[in-house]
Design a protein around this ligand. Structure first.
Ligand code: 48F
Length: 266
């Protein structure tokens, strides 16, 4: 076959912009492609919701690739094994309910399953702000404001674009970027003890893992937190290189949002 350079360019441009156009109004918009949001994306798509993830870096996967201290192995506890089995990720049984996963295989599989299930991932796009509505003094997050990540690095003054979403999920990990943004920019009072981002505490795996899952919830109308962002926002400890909590948090977020979504459609 003869290869035509312009056909290559036209194919990429048209496919990309079709993908972007179909993502302008979605059921769920997820910020950050770490393990928790990738799992949320997988289960949201499985539940039939139109979902999209925006990731500021080149590679989705967040902090999972590097395992612990760049040893590319991670630990999963038995509670998260049903999800690992559903996704077909391999593991080694270390005994006592501890399993190790090769973080390269695990991260690449989670990304692939998420996309193949139907959640679109856009990389190199940073969420810089939110869209919100205000009715009778009550605010609700209704979308995201986006820009190419390099604009920030290069200090370019380029205006963003925006999309609308019925539900937004902050899965930005340690910084909890979206929750911080709304407390500063729309004077949002979060459902935390202080009304703002409390900040993450020192590493304690046992407590941190439970904290992530129990604090995966709505933090402001229209906005949910998952994974490490939940620990930062609600003031829980970090957990280090055990990933079961991240995975269970992603599934919990998808379960809450998809059941709410179904209720609004009744
Ligand atoms: O940090 P990250 O992996 O979040 P997570 O799903 O998982 C945490 C674990 O990896 C690990 C841990 C548990 O053992 O503590 O750290 O909670 O992924 C967060 C992703 O969000 C992206 C960031 O590049 C990363 O890939 N991100 C952060 N801010 C933005 C963003 C933003 N404003 N817009 C788009 N992406």
């Amino acid at each position: 076959m003869k290869i035509d350079d312009l056909t290559i360019s036209k194919s990429i441009i048209e496919s990309y912009f079709n993908k972007f156009l179909t993502s302008l109004e979605v059921d769920a918009a997820l910020v950050g492609a770490g393990p928790s949001n990738l799992i949320a994306g997988y289960y949201l798509a499985k539940a039939g919701m139109k979902s999209v993830i925006f990731e500021s870096k080149l590679a989705p996967g967040g902090g999972m690739w590097g395992g612990a201290m760049m040893f590319n192995e991670g630990v999963i506890q038995s509670d998260a094994l049903p999800i690992i089995n559903e996704l077909g990720i391999s593991y080694n049984d270390r005994g006592g309910g501890y399993y190790t996963i090769d973080t390269i295989e695990a991260t690449s599989t989670i990304i692939s399953k998420c996309v193949r299930q139907g959640t679109i991932i856009f990389n190199l796009i940073k969420v810089t702000d939110v869209l919100f509505d205000e009715k009778n003094g009550a605010k609700r997050v209704t979308g995201l404001v986006l820009n190419w990540s390099p604009t920030e690095h290069l200090g370019l003054f380029v205006d963003p674009l925006s999309i609308k979403a019925s539900y937004v999920v902050d899965g930005t990990g340690h910084p909890a970027d979206i929750c911080s943004i709304i407390t500063k920019k729309i004077d949002a009072k979060l459902s935390t003890k202080t009304g703002s981002v409390i900040g993450e505490m020192s590493l304690r795996a046992e407590e941190g893992e439970q904290f992530t899952v129990s604090n995966t919830k709505m933090v402001f109308p229209g906005l949910y937190v998952v994974g490490m962002a939940a620990n930062n926002v609600f003031g829980g400890p970090r957990m280090g290189p055990i990933f079961g909590g991240m995975i269970m948090s992603g599934k919990k977020a998808a379960d809450i949002i998809s059941s709410e979504f179904k209720n609004t459609k009744k």
